[in-house]
Design a protein around this ligand. Structure first.
Ligand SMILES: Cc1ncc(COP(=O)(O)O)c(C=O)c1O
Length: 388
């Protein structure tokens, strides 16, 4: 059978998260701080819209780019929230999640061997989509000491040296929870604006920020024309299973991305598109989910630091990235032992880049009692099984 599998796919490393979670699934009574999705169900008004749409018989394809009504709503939302203007007719494409938008963007722009800068630690899909397009990854490593933020000087140097075609930005960031102030982003744009490369900006967590107003990268003067903006519903509205997102960018790029989309996906599911229109109608439930995430964040980050696992306070997302350096274990060893001994699941940092063996990603998209129980267990683990 082996000979039927392409070299590209065979050589693709499986997701570190999936591998580890196969193990988690086999263990009973686990408290999981590993999942990358909200523990909330989608708000009732969105589910109700989905049910009602089905009842009304909305079971067909839509236009390839997505229902015009949804694209109009997305354009309206971006204008109202961020003063970002995109033409719903030609500059917005509805995708089956940011995952598809990302894949379309990379496939549209990349020729074999062309390079893309990825900012590490990064979401597990980024290196995979670049490799599947036969592109080459140029890693830009960030460190705990730099608050896991891009150093503009390093960025300048990498661009000069490798002449990449694009960079993928992601903020608020999975797995670190880091985000950037408007000033910091402006500094990055100052570097990028002078260079001949495209920015793919994955801003899927834009509404999950803490006392921090998100600034889309496209809002900087001149940036819109050089940016593919990826937005989604999975995290903001707890709609992961609906598989819906969108990509915005120059007409020429969206046209080419739509071409691939029309062959491989045809369109995003109509029920999800109608539900997404409802999602954009109100931000009240997003605000209450974010309020709860913030309460959990303050608790879990405080407790992890108390236990000696240095953790920066996330400015967005529902993840924190904790240092386990003083345990002397690699992140995979640590996570496996934690699972085996006290049945708590976290994601090994090395899933997000091999240099991050000293970190674990802890998700606080779990109910508060679970977080409390997890901390009790981690304390016990530290006292009974760790040297320091
Ligand atoms: C940074 C980032 N981008 C994209 C995705 C995938 O999003 P979607 O469900 O919209 O495909 C995730 C999911 O974890 C993510 O963390």
């Amino acid at each position: 059978m082996d000979r039927f599998i392409s070299h590209k796919v065979k050589n693709l490393a499986p997701s570190g998260i999936r591998q580890f979670f196969d193990l988690v699934l086999k263990t009973k009574d686990v408290v999981s701080l590993g999942v990358g999705e909200p523990d909330f169900a989608a708000p009732w008004r969105i589910r109700e819209k989905a049910i009602y749409s089905l009842e009304q018989g909305y079971t067909s394809y839509t236009s390839n780019k997505g229902l015009l009504r949804l694209r109009l709503e997305i354009a309206h939302f971006l204008k109202k929230h961020y003063r970002l203007i995109y033409d719903p007719g030609e500059e917005i494409l509805v995708t089956t999640g940011v995952s598809e938008g990302l894949d379309l963007a990379i496939r549209t722009i990349l020729n074999p061997q062309e390079r893309v800068i990825l900012v590490y630690p990064c979401y597990v899909a980024y290196p995979a989509v670049v490799e599947l397009s036969a592109g080459r990854v140029v890693p830009l490593y960030t460190s705990f000491e730099e608050s896991f933020k891009i150093n503009p000087e390093k960025l300048k140097e990498l661009i000069k040296r490798y002449k990449p075609k694009a960079i993928i930005l992601n903020y608020p960031t999975n797995p670190t929870g880091v985000s950037y102030s408007k000033e910091e982003l402006k500094e990055l744009w100052r570097v990028l604006s002078k260079e001949d490369l495209l920015v793919i900006s994955d801003e899927i967590y834009d509404l999950i920020t803490y006392n921090f107003k998100h600034t889309p990268f496209s809002t900087f003067k001149g940036a819109k024309g050089k940016t593919i903006y990826l937005g989604g519903f999975s995290k903001n509205y707890a709609m992961t299973g609906f598989r819906i997102g969108f990509a915005c960018g120059r007409r020429e790029l969206i046209e080419q991305m739509s071409k691939i989309h029309s062959f491989v996906m045809l369109c995003a599911p109509i029920i999800s598109q109608l539900s997404a229109i409802e999602a954009l109608n109100s931000q009240k439930d997003v605000e209450s989910m974010v309020k709860e995430y913030r309460r959990r964040r303050d608790f879990i980050v405080g407790e992890l630091n108390n236990l000696g696992f240095k953790t920066l306070l996330p400015q967005g997302t529902f993840y924190c990235f904790s240092s386990i350096k003083n345990t002397g274990l690699s992140s995979l060893e640590f996570a496996s032992l934690l699972l085996k001994k006290v049945k708590v699941a976290v994601v090994p940092g090395e899933a997000f880049g091999l240099l991050y063996r000293d970190f674990i990603r802890v998700s606080f998209a779990s109910p508060f009692p679970d977080l409390k129980e997890a901390i009790l267990r981690i304390r016990k683990f530290k006292e009974q099984y760790l040297k320091n």
